[in-house]
Write a protein that binds this ligand. Structure first.
Ligand code: FAD
Length: 325
């Protein structure tokens, strides 16, 4: 059932088998599996998933390569709800371990917010990440192109860069290393440091050997029309023509609600076992938030693994069904 401020009270009085934080590709996949295992599931999602910014899902078997991320989400939500799952648009602020259960504290609504607590035996963290973008005075200018031909994911969109003039926009020498795998797809590469970091001699030499350019003057604005970026104007007035771009500036990890838990991490990503279980036995992590490949197919598969392991755990501690007559 779609929960709202008006009808959520009964849900705060029960104990869910699983609460899933995040209703993107991973969370919805987990929800579908959990409901099909006859487990009570609540997905809490604040919206604007990374999947939502995906203009076209290019590489998912069985779906046309121009499938928009938002139609995957819409269909996934309908599927989950059709199986009797509960779905709430809200922000998870904090999770507290109560021993047998978790208390999940949420804020519902940006205006006239309500604060509620839901309870669950298991928790799946499916809250993902979000890409840092270049910070320009006019951010509208960045949003006009980001996700279109100004990409954020080389695995997703390297193919679209084949033999094109690519601008790589990095925020650190570490992030700039992505230039070298971009070189698999095209040799026409300019690295834009945007004045954010020094290019050390080692990196400069490796770029020069391959004939890749370096532009250290900050970007004033992206140029183009109809969401197709055709170049950048720099703060000194020069214009660099491009056919496509890749932003490599790191990501924000959506996991502050887990701050009270000392979960094992690698960088910002949660470490899990092969069934997506974290270092806490009743917390699972799936999709972009966990160590692995940031892809829809992986998030969906993680959801299947986490749900199946939770079902196994619950099934093993519950007597099986017997004949009713
Ligand atoms: C522009 C772009 C293009 C891409 N192209 C492709 C592609 O072609 N192929 C491909 O396989 N992958 C692609 N990806 C990557 C893909 O989108 C991600 O790998 C995938 O969405 C990860 O799914 P997820 O469920 O882990 O996270 P998400 O889809 O990001 O979902 C996480 C959800 O959790 C919510 N959330 C976060 N914090 C909280 C909180 N505290 N409380 C409640 N909810 C919360 C978020 O708002 C979000 O709705 C692309 C990504 C981008 C940005």
């Amino acid at each position: 059932m779609k929960l709202t401020k008006q009808n959520l009270q009964p849900a705060t009085e029960k104990i869910y088998d699983t609460i899933v934080v995040g209703g993107g590709a991973g969370g919805l996949s987990a929800g579908v599996y959990l409901q099909r295992y006859l487990l009570n599931t609540l997905i809490i999602d604040k919206g604007k998933a990374r999947s939502f910014w995906m203009i076209e899902l290019h590489n998912y078997l069985g779906l046309p390569p121009d499938t928009p991320g938002r139609s995957v989400l819409r269909q996934g939500k309908e599927h989950f709800l059709s199986l009797g799952g509960d779905l709430l648009d809200a922000y998870v602020e904090e999770v507290i371990d109560e021993g047998e259960t978790f208390a999940v504290k949420v804020k519902v609504g940006r205006n006239n917010s309500q604060y509620h607590t839901f309870r669950t035996k298991y928790l799946i963290a499916a809250s993902g990440i979000i890409d840092y973008l270049p910070v320009l005075e006019n951010m509208r200018n960045v949003y006009d192109y980001a996700g279109h031909n100004l990409h954020v994911c080389l695995i997703c969109d390297g193919y679209e860069m084949t033999d094109k003039k690519v601008g790589v926009f990095a925020s650190s020498a570490g992030n700039a290393e992505v230039v070298f795998p971009v070189g698999w797809f095209t040799g026409e590469i300019t690295l834009f440091t945007q004045g954010l970091f020094e290019v050390n001699d080692d990196l400069r030499n490796r770029l020069e050997v391959l004939g890749y350019k370096i532009e250290e003057t900050p970007v004033e604005q992206f140029i183009g029309e109809d969401h197709q970026m055709t170049g950048v104007e720099l703060t000194d007035g020069r214009v660099v023509e491009l056919e496509t771009g890749l932003i490599s500036m790191g990501s924000q990890y959506h996991a502050t609600y887990l701050n009270k838990f000392d979960l094992e991490k690698q960088g910002g990503n949660l470490v899990t076992d092969k069934m997506a279980r974290t270092s806490h036995p009743r917390i699972f992590a799936i999709g972009d938030l966990k160590v692995g490949l940031n892809q829809v197919v992986i998030a969906a598969a993680d959801g299947a693994l986490a749900a199946t392991q939770i079902w196994r755990d619950i099934r093993r501690s519950t007597p099986p069904k017997t004949p009713t007559k």
